[in-house]
Design a binder for this molecule. Sequence first.
Ligand code: HXC
Length: 517
Amino acid sequence: MSKQVEKIKELIAKREQARLGGGEKAIEKQHARGKYTARERIDMLLDEGSFEEVDMFKLHRCTNFGMEKKQYLGDGVVAGSGTIDGRLVYIFAQDFTVNGGSLSETMAQKICKVMDMAMKMGAPVIGINDSGGARIQEGICALAGYAEIFERNILASGVIPQISGIFGPCAGGAVYSPALTDFTLMMENTSYMFLTGPKVVKTVTGEDIDQEHLGGASVHSTKSGVTHFTASTEEEAMEMIKTLLSYIPSNNMEEAPRKECNDPINRMEDSLNEIIPEDPNMAYDMYKVISAITDDNEFFEVQPKFAKNIIVGFARFNGQSVGIVANQPSCYAGVLDVNASRKGARFVRFCDAFNIPIVSLVDVPGFLPGTGQEYNAVILHGAQLLYAYGEATVPKVTVTLRKSYGGSHIVMGCKQLRTDINYAWPSAEIAVMGASGAVAVLCAKEAKEHEDPKAFLAEKEEEYTEMFANPYQAAKYGYIDDVIEPRNTRFRICRALAQLATKRDGLPAKKHGNIPM
Ligand code: HXC
């Protein structure tokens, strides 16, 4: 055998060894946990044969605590580039079979390398997390590695989309990388995220809690809002990431890819003329409105289980990707609160950063009152949503379906927040507050002087409703551009977006704003 052939054989053997990660036993253990390996995950996500791996032979340099014996080619992360639906992406997947996927200085360097490439190329970066956290044997070097990653997450924010999949443990400071990225997806039952695990919680606070109830997907998708998506199988998770990518551009200088649209833009939806209940206090389902107006009735929801009083997600109009923000009257009457505000604000900011127009569907009675909200800074979080809308320079179209009262009217993309086109349905009620609240303030003293104060107040409420509970007061001042027939909503939004395609708007020169948080 020639030396050359021998060397090639050695290369092939090394590659095979690297592909085994922590070895066959560790792979079996990973499968027994119901989890795929890092390489299997990458194969599932990327277009077949498109993976271009980097640093397959990279090794850690630690010799503390016998680490020289725990050497595996490539260390605990598989990294590189590939394509999804033909579009370039960068990817890294932590390999739990290698020292529990714990993050070494070397692994951080590999992750940073693909992040730097993603920034240069203007391509999304996807990180699959499955790790015991900082590699304890490496001490400060592992921490420094995390910090290098976080800094890149911060610099990449608003430049390229960053997506995190949590496919196993993600504990301690490690959670901050996903938290800094745009979207997080957690696996149900096999993943968790927390700053301190159950044992530390027990020691510090005395609280008895298991991993799932402390930081499982069920908690972060409903209570904290830390995760945007959950999946019950890894296959489903990968499909969700692909769908998400189909709605967003590869970087902040591009537009989202257009999808051919066979759904007529002038499709009338007669059901919408009937959807608003006679009784203004009755609910209806905003999902029905959304699916009635979007291309092929499709809607890809973000954070579907968190703050259900507001709905956010992606859809298309005439093939163009848009972000939809909608109040949900069938959940707490669609009221805005702390969680709904921060959910909406983050989504609006993502859309604005990545050139995705925002369509708002408004039916909001106001902000939720009470100490629970005030003590949790509803003022600041409401201001966050307000700030996000007012700062956004992408095309903005707002449709007011029914209620739009007070501060919440302003916050949900009113005309003065530089919304380009504001439509209202004939059922819209745009006013400072609802009739009963308004009359209680205006007529309380007068009512006392009447023989039948109740009848007097009812009469005044009717008068107020007649005067204010309509779209024409706002239309009279040009704050509503047009009052439209509900069944025409799809057509009007499509035409508005076509008109706004060349929109140019900006912000005053500044280092950055100071969004309330
Ligand atoms: C080094 C680690 C490790 C770590 C796991 N391993 N975590 N090695 N540093 N952080 C190793 C284990 O020693 C073991 O090695 C292998 O990975 C598999 O781990 P097991 O414990 O056998 O697996 P399992 O029973 O499934 O438990 C997984 C686990 C547990 C729950 C993640 O390993 C664990 O609790 N790890 C420590 C978690 C942690 O506290 N991390 C630090 C968080 S603080 P062998 O050789 O035996 O197979 C942090 C700070 C970051 O990360 C700050 C950034 C700003």
